[in-house]
Design a protein around this ligand. Structure first.
Ligand code: ATP
Length: 305
């Protein structure tokens, strides 16, 4: 089921900057969609259009059939948002902030308090709940902001660099929570990030954006095939017959390029039949970071032609 639909969405800011050029995308229920791109690519602009903060210059978008531009209140009830610099009330406690925002979302006081307590626990903020926000670290603020975004049980969660101020342990904790929200509760997550390693841990699909246009989208395997049509196979063995065209990397380590993993058994058989011993066989999978740089570099070469 589609929860977010974007069709030929464009945004030109006053002054003429074309931040988004005919972007088309759709997200399904329970997906964690990683929206990746360099600074200024148009990620935040997309989130602002999807949350009704900005009006599009062309095209359209909707959250479960609701247009955030024409029905912002309805769209806000369906979505939660965490931005890099979340603004909340420094003079209120963590819990006080959540109670305030719960009321703003229309939750009754008792329900808001209960929901706040349980989110604070999940985000490991219970001990700090009665402290004023002014005393919170960046990471604690970021986690409280996530709790605020989840108060009204949104169907779609927009996260703009949610782990940017977090130490590795807190980032892991937030990532685990995002993963659970999507896989167990069916929330659709639209995650804008530069942190490709974290993205690879939790995203189920990706979109790569540059200069306001979508370069590529798909699962990591689809993007891998697009960026690297052949794969590197590394075999550690006593030796490899010359006719198999492996390149020797170091003592007992040989590498070749294959198109498909189905080629592996035949290669292994031929090495064994030649009387050699095999110690290990590894298909080298490029990481999301490798894929990202390969696709963005490919794009730069296209432009240079
Ligand atoms: N209010 C504005 N007026 C004019 N230009 C803007 C405005 N907001 C953003 N831009 C420009 O639009 C482009 C896209 O910006 P956007 O903030 O969407 O990028 P981003 O991908 O989120 O970048 P980052 O990763 O740095 O947050 C940039 O060139 C930016 O300078």
């Amino acid at each position: 089921m589609e929860t977010v639909t974007i069709q030929k969405l464009s945004k030109t800011y006053p002054g003429g900057k074309e931040a988004l050029k005919q972007l088309s995308l759709s997200l399904n229920k329970g997906e964690v969609f990683g929206f990746l791109g360099p600074n200024g690519a148009g990620k935040t602009t997309t989130v602002k259009l999807l949350t009704g903060v900005l009006a599009p210059s062309g095209g359209s978008c909707d959250i479960m059939g609701v247009n955030p531009n024409t029905q912002p209140e309805k769209a806000h009830l369906l979505s939660g948002i965490v931005t890099e610099h979340a603004q909340m009330y420094d003079n209120l406690t963590g819990m006080g902030n959540l109670i305030f925002y719960a009321a703003a979302f229309g939750l009754e006081q008792k329900e808001g308090k209960q929901r706040g307590e349980s989110l604070l626990k999940e985000l490991e903020l219970t001990e700090a709940k009665d402290r004023k926000l002014a005393t919170y670290s960046t990471g604690m603020r970021q986690r409280l902001s996530l709790a605020r975004a989840l108060l009204h049980r949104p169907k779609v969660l927009f996260l703009d660099e949610p782990t940017s101020g977090l130490d590795p342990e807190s980032a892991q904790n937030v990532n685990q929570m995002i993963h659970n929200l999507a896989s167990k509760e069916g929330i659709t997550v639209f995650l804008c990030t530069h942190q490709l390693r974290y993205a690879q841990e939790i995203c189920t699909r990706y979109g790569l954006i540059e200069h306001g246009s979508l370069l590529a989208s798909g699962t990591i395997d689809e993007l891998r095939t697009q960026a690297f049509p052949s794969k590197s196979l590394r075999i550690c063995a006593s030796a490899v017959p010359e006719k198999l065209n492996f390149v020797k990397r170091r003592a007992n380590e040989f590498e070749t390029q294959i198109q498909d993993k189905k080629e592996i058994p035949d290669l292994v058989r031929k090495i064994v039949e030649a009387g050699e011993d095999i110690y290990s066989v590894n298909l080298i999978e490029p990481s999301l970071e490798d894929i990202y740089f390969a696709l963005t570099a490919g794009r730069k070469e296209d432009r240079a032609i």
